[in-house]
Design a protein around this ligand. Structure first.
Ligand code: UT7
Length: 328
């Protein structure tokens, strides 16, 4: 089987900054509460009229440029997202059009926050037999227009963004390699984190909008417990399968959901915080975008170097979760 490595990364975070003080003026909350319970100081949100592919397109262009790959050479485009521009067609098809990637197959993966890791796993399977040579995997989300700005338990957490990764065949070692990926889902718990309206269960209607069914609903403290447990177990599983110990991990990129979750997961995995890539304080929880945007920032800032061993893991609505070990 062919080895698959990361050839390029890119990211796009909206320019509009929304600090905690914005919410202090609107709802019963404080900067102190938000920082102490989540670690979030600010987040970025799109301008009215923008949509996911307005972020995913520049992120993908950056990744293609780093990989030195023309868009026509892409065989696959996968976008991990729960907030595509339209209900149909997929954000991936719109992205394909915008990039001019005319030879790719393109589709979305709705696996919530771990959508990017799910996308990596699917692309890896397509490429391992050598039939597909280059993939673009995007994790992106525009949640700011699906949150209720009167619900203090959700509105202070989320932000928008998109991150992209170009994958190609590799010789391993310094050429980079996705060593292993583990995915999991548990649909029994779907109602702890969901968006009731807009799909076929509650199609768009005035009543649906009046009842606020188009907003994200979350039982935060229940989700919190599962997030820690499942992210730790997925990380242990990939490390065990490759006989890797915590000390061998150079960088850990957990889903940027909440600083307290990230600290507890790192603590249980015995990974010191100075090896953890953190962006949640400035971007909030960007769902499927959180890992690929953090990866891109860490690569471009020179933190993550070729040959480094990177552990990524995530958890989200579904529930879905997963982890990957990547030799960058
Ligand atoms: O990315 C996908 C997965 N999502 C996650 O991983 C999110 C996981 N959950 C969380 O990050 C946290 O549960 C939250 C940040 C959402 C909430 O923090 P918490 O420490 O779990 O708070 P809680 O829900 O247990 O609520 C404790 C109190 C409540 O007040 P009472 O009932 O004790 O009087 C809430 O109403 O905190 C209150 N509260 C707030 N107070 C001020 C909830 N949100 C706020 C707020 N400002 N923004």
């Amino acid at each position: 089987m062919k080895k698959i490595g990361i050839k390029g990364t890119g990211s796009c975070i909206p320019t509009r900054e929304v600090p905690n003080s914005y919410f202090e003026k609107m709802i019963d909350t404080t900067d102190k509460w938000i920082v102490s319970r989540t670690g979030i100081e600010s987040r970025r949100m799109i301008e009215p009229g923008q949509a996911l592919t307005d972020l995913a397109t520049p992120a993908s262009e950056q990744a293609l440029e780093m990989a030195d790959l023309p868009p026509e050479k892409l065989d696959i485009i996968i976008v991990g997202t729960s907030s595509a521009d339209l209900l149909t067609p997929s954000a991936a098809c719109i992205l394909q059009h915008r990039l001019g990637a005319k030879n790719a197959i393109a589709f979305d993966v709705n696996a919530a926050c771990p959508g990017y890791i799910y996308g990596l796993a699917i692309a890896q399977k397509f490429m391992q037999d050598g039939s597909h040579h280059h993939a673009l995997v995007v994790g992106g989300e525009v949640i700011s227009n699906r949150i209720n700005f009167k619900d203090r338990s959700t509105c202070v957490i989320f932000g928008d963004g998109a991150g992209a990764t170009v994958l190609g065949h590799s010789n391993g070692n310094k050429d980079g390699e996705i060593l292993t990926i583990h995915l999991n889902s548990d649909g029994n718990l779907w109602s702890l984190l969901y968006m009731p309206g807009g799909g076929s269960r509650n199609p768009p209607s005035y009543q649906m909008l009046d009842e606020g069914l188009h907003y994200l609903k979350m039982q935060g403290n229940e989700v919190f417990k599962y997030a820690i447990r499942t992210m730790v177990s997925a990380a242990h599983r990939v490390m065990k399968s490759k006989k890797i110990t915590s000390e061998q991990i150079d960088w850990f990129i957990p889903h940027q959901a909440n600083m307290r979750i990230m600290e507890e997961v790192a603590n249980r995995l015995r990974i010191p915080m100075d090896k953890v890539i953190v962006t949640v304080h400035k971007y909030g929880n960007t769902s499927a975008a959180s890992i690929p945007t953090a990866l891109d920032e860490a690569v471009r800032s020179g933190k993550i170097q070729r040959g480094d061993l990177v552990l990524v893991n995530s958890f989200g609505a579904g529930f879905t979760w997963g982890a990957a070990l990547i030799r960058y």
